[in-house]
Design a protein around this ligand. Structure first.
Ligand SMILES: C[S@@+](CC[C@H](N)C(=O)[O-])C[C@H]1O[C@@H](n2cnc3c(N)ncnc32)[C@H](O)[C@@H]1O
Length: 283
């Protein structure tokens, strides 16, 4: 039985994390470094841990043992150049979405000046775009109140308040004007796959941020139908999608006579992104 007296040094904490979480030593070092918010190399510099810190770290290890994602335990997530706050109840930005943002300058014909993000969550995409396109004016929306509160916090802390305007609304409700870029990482997991998601996702992340309806395209099809009218002449709609939805989306695009689009793969070589208004995909 582990007692707090046994947790008065970093080495002991690493041993405890390894045992409690059933992971190897180097993974436990990473976990402890993340919980301490220190680079892994520095965790041994001060080996003594006082009682209060030992208690906090032990209770965080227990949260991880219960399946709570480490980002909700630390309330931090790294997204490109930014360490963002992410609060329980708000979707945790994924690495695929970092590569989505990275693809944009390669895909877009020119730097967008007016950008609309639908479903901003903690604000990750809009913040990365504000950095990438210093002249862009961005509207970021979300239907979830905790997401908007979280995004406000991040946008303030990186001083983007004058460039990113947040709006709590359902998809395009209340939005006016035209945009050079409409971007969204929407709920897109097909309903049948929801139960196969890892426990940490199913039990702790907001399912409304993930569930894309029967075929994973419910939100996407609605957004494309309504959103095309919000694009400027050379405007682009950039969407994250599920690979299993590609066929369905091609049919949808053909039915709507949309001929200019391209699917792109993510860093795991899965089709993950759909860009409408560029490329010339044959459906
Ligand atoms: C997959 S998460 C993406 C969050 C963030 N953009 C990211 O990439 O990390 C989808 C987001 O869409 C929001 N959302 C779901 N339905 C919505 C709707 N009808 N209108 C606006 N936002 C919605 C969710 O609250 C959630 O924050």
């Amino acid at each position: 039985m582990m007692s707090l007296q046994n947790l008065s040094s970093t080495r002991e904490l690493i041993r405890a994390a390894s045992k409690e979480l059933g992971i190897g030593r180097s993974e436990a070092e990473l976990v402890i470094a993340t919980l301490m918010n220190r680079p892994r190399l520095e965790i041994y510099l001060k080996d003594t841990v006082n009682e209060e810190d030992g208690f906090i770290l032990w209770s965080r290890i227990q949260q991880l043992k219960n399946g709570i994602p480490i980002e909700y335990v630390t309330k931090r997530v790294q997204f490109r150049d930014y360490t963002l706050s992410v609060q329980p109840g708000v979707f945790i930005p994924r690495i695929e979405t970092e590569s989505f943002v990275e693809l944009l300058p390669k895909i877009l014909p020119r730097s967008p000046e007016r950008v609309l993000e639908i479903g901003t969550g903690c604000g990750a995409i809009s913040i990365a775009l504000a950095q990438l396109y210093p002249d862009a004016d961005i509207i970021a929306t979300d239907i979830s109140e905790p997401a908007i509160a979280n995004a406000v916090q991040n946008i303030k802390s990186f001083d983007f308040e004058s460039r990113i305007h947040l709006l709590r609304c359902d998809m395009l409700e209340g939005i006016t004007g035209k945009f050079d870029l409409i971007v969204s990482n929407p709920p897109y997991v097909p309903r049948s796959r929801m139960k196969l998601l890892p426990k940490s996702v199913r039990e702790f992340e907001p399912l409304k941020a993930i569930d894309g309806g029967e075929h994973g395209v419910q939100f996407i099809e609605k957004l494309v139908k309504k959103g095309m009218d919000y694009l400027t002449g050379a405007g682009v709609m950039a969407l994250e999608i599920d690979e299993d939805s590609v066929k369905k989306l091609k049919t949808f695009m053909a039915d709507r006579h949309i001929g200019s689009f391209v699917f792109k793969r993510d860093l795991f070589n899965k089709y993950r992104f759909l860009f409408i208004g560029v490329g010339n995909e044959k459906s």
